[in-house]
Design a binder for this molecule. Structure first.
Ligand code: ZN
Ligand code: ZN
Length: 365
């Protein structure tokens, strides 16, 4: 098992600050913090804050009761720990780290109460969104990250294959979701993260919460599930049918499958993210169902399930080898059914590679 190069990531962050006319980067407990220093305690009302500045040792402010946790993490090797105790003002400590800074980039997941505290403590500084900077750092995955994503994708595929050996008729969405959660862990995930089971008319709602509805013959069922493995996520969708498919379903399924393939084939370095979205969308629009494809084609995936790059109209960011994202077009017909097919894809030197290979032929339960 190789170790992430946290010192290298911090050095790159410091360089990016200079390029962006920024004096400091502040990040709270989050995947950004884990990416930079290998430590991400649970975010709470007590301030934990990583401060990165060009030409200075990174500082990690930690509450005394989480000092041991920080000291035993990789963060201790790459950042100076600045410990504060209950009763002290952590924002005064942060203000010392931010002395002289006029533009401070703030991690997206730093709690609002902490941003407000920093603004009061450093009133002369402008606080701006660190999302673009962190996105540039995280969007291209290294080999170790790709290995982790590959393992997670395989575990999700194995989960689907295992589910295919079971019966779905007469079970509730919630029961099937529970089984998916168990299978995700059984096949190697550290934990399940989400398990969408949307049956019959519920499948027309892309983020349906599994409920008490029992699956019956004639249902299309959207299964969209994933978990965390070694800090990285899986995310796969397959749409299946119980018994005979509903009217119009087979045509819609074939269409979504074609759209997903067209988007996959559009993936290569230099192509705009929006062009991958357009590749899927044009197939569905040509069949007259453009109105029923109600979401973007995909999202980046890594330490977060949803992260840049987003495959969406208007995002002209060019794809770069090592980017990882979902390709998941769908069609949703209210009151009838939904279809979504989703794989994680990595941009290679000359195209794309699917990390998911769970069968895409229509599975009948
Ligand atoms: Zn998904
Ligand atoms: Zn997804």
């Amino acid at each position: 098992v190789s170790r992430p190069d946290h010192a290298g990531r911090l050095a790159r962050a410091a360089r990016e600050l200079g390029d962006g006319d920024l004096d400091a980067l502040v990040v709270g407990p989050s995947t950004d913090m884990r990416y930079l220093v290998g430590h991400a305690p649970r975010p709470t009302e007590r301030l934990t804050l990583l401060v990165v500045r060009s030409g200075e040792e990174p500082a990690l402010l930690v509450p005394e009761l989480e000092r041991a946790l920080a000291e035993s993490s990789p963060a201790a090797g790459v950042a100076e720990l600045r410990v504060w105790r209950d009763g002290e003002d952590p924002f005064a400590l942060a203000a010392r780290e931010l002395r002289g800074a006029s533009r401070v980039a703030v991690g997206e997941r730093l709690w609002a109460v902490h941003v407000l505290g920093l603004q009061r403590a450093v009133p002369s500084a402008a606080f701006v969104d660190a999302g673009p900077l962190m996105g540039r750092l995280r969007v291209v995955k290294d080999e170790d990250e790709l290995d982790a994503l590959r393992r997670a994708a395989r575990a999700a595929d194995a989960t689907f294959v295992a589910l295919r050996g079971t019966r779905l008729a007469a079970r509730s969405e919630r029961e099937v979701a529970g089984e998916l959660g168990r299978l995700l862990v059984e096949h190697g995930h550290d934990r399940a993260d989400f398990t969408i089971v949307a049956s019959g008319p519920n499948a027309a709602s892309p983020h349906h919460e599994p409920g008490g509805r029992r699956l019956v013959e004639g249902d299309a069922v959207v299964l969209d599930f994933g978990g965390e493995l070694g800090g990285y996520f899986s995310d796969v969708s397959r749409t299946v049918v119980v018994g005979g498919p509903p009217d119009g379903f087979v045509e819609a399924y074939d269409l979504v499958r074609q759209a997903q393939q067209a988007a996959f084939e559009a993936v290569r370095p230099g192509v705009a993210a929006s062009d991958v979205d357009a590749a899927a969308r044009s197939v569905i629009e040509a069949a007259g169902l453009g109105h029923a494809f109600i979401h973007r084609t995909g999202h980046g995936i890594g330490l977060d399930v949803h992260e840049p790059p987003y495959l969406v109209a208007g995002n002209d960011e060019p794809l770069v080898a090592g980017m990882t994202f979902s390709v998941e077009p769908g069609v949703y017909l209210e009151g009838r059914f939904g279809v979504r097919i989703e794989d994680i894809v990595v941009v290679t030197a000359d195209g794309g590679e699917r990390l998911n290979e769970a069968p895409r032929d229509l599975a009948v339960f």
